[in-house]
Ligand binder design. Structure first.
Ligand code: AP5
Ligand code: MG
Length: 214
């Protein structure tokens, strides 16, 4: 099963993708997490990506597309994957469609997690992220068992550099300009499904399971 998560920054793509990956036993691939791991590791890719990410801008397609294609070519992707944060531009979507078509494959579901901008800023200021395993928490809506420590891997949780309110506003602008058009792209491909992302996390997940099947 090949699944794409669409939605604004902070809509809950990562939260839901993690649950999908566990239930359906497919890898969760987040381009944002891959960039953050590279930044933490001090790689050249990480240094390039950081200059864009810290300003709330997208990392250029030349960097992102190749990186994602390498990742989905790995062996653990043989039975599918859930992509979180990719594609984010029409050229990215077209590259993915083309790469899959060359193997006689296609995206099975594009799930749009719909949350209005007003709800987003609040969510982001309470978010805490684990740079070790990519887990995401919220100080009120989804706190870790031990404050500041990841339940899954025990690493210290951080506030992401791009979660400052002014950067979040910029990310929302970029989302509306460059990523929102993908909703129509996948509607035309007849794989779009929409869920109401303002519900509690478990209710959002239930709706997703209804779409994907038990
Ligand atoms: P990325 O890491 O993908 O960030 P994003 O899309 O901005 O999305 P977020 O991770 O901020 O939000 P999310 O939807 O995953 O929400 P979450 O589940 O954490 O990308 C970061 C940057 O990397 C980009 O800005 C760009 O620069 C670069 N980049 C990445 N991919 C790229 C690409 N393809 N091309 C170019 N550049 C790229 O939830 C948010 C918070 O809300 C959490 O605290 C969570 O606990 C809470 N929450 C979740 N669901 C609910 C709920 N139902 N109710 C209440 N709270 C909830
Ligand atoms: Mg995320």
């Amino acid at each position: 099963m090949k699944i794409i998560m669409l939605g604004a920054p902070g809509a809950g793509k990562g939260t839901q993708a993690k649950k999908i990956a566990e239930k359906y036993q497919i890898p969760h691939i987040s381009t944002g997490d891959i960039f953050r791991a590279n930044i933490k590791g001090g790689t050249e890719l990480g240094m390039k990506a950081k200059t864009f990410m810290d300003q709330g801008m997208l990392v250029p397609d030349e960097i992102t597309i190749g990186m994602l294609m390498d990742r989905i070519g790995q062996e653990d992707c043989i039975n599918g994957y859930v992509l979180d944060g990719f594609p984010r531009t029409i050229p990215q979507a077209e590259s993915l469609t083309k790469a899959l078509a060359e193997r006689g494959e296609k995206v099975d579901y594009a799930i749009n997690v719909d949350v209005p901008d007003e709800n987003i800023i609040n969510r982001m200021s309470g978010r805490r992220a684990c740079l070790g395993c990519g887990a995401t928490y919220h100080i009120t809506f989804n706190p870790p068992v031990k404050e500041g420590i990841c339940d899954t891997c025990g690493q210290e949780l951080v506030l992401r550099d791009d979660d400052k309110p002014e950067t979040v506003k910029k990310r929302l602008d970029v989302y509306h300009q460059q990523t929102q058009p993908l909703i129509d792209y996948y509607k035309n491909a007849e794989v779009l499904a929409e869920v109401d992302g303002t519900q509690p996390m478990d209710a959002v997940f239930q709706d997703i399971v209804e779409i994907l099947g038990e």
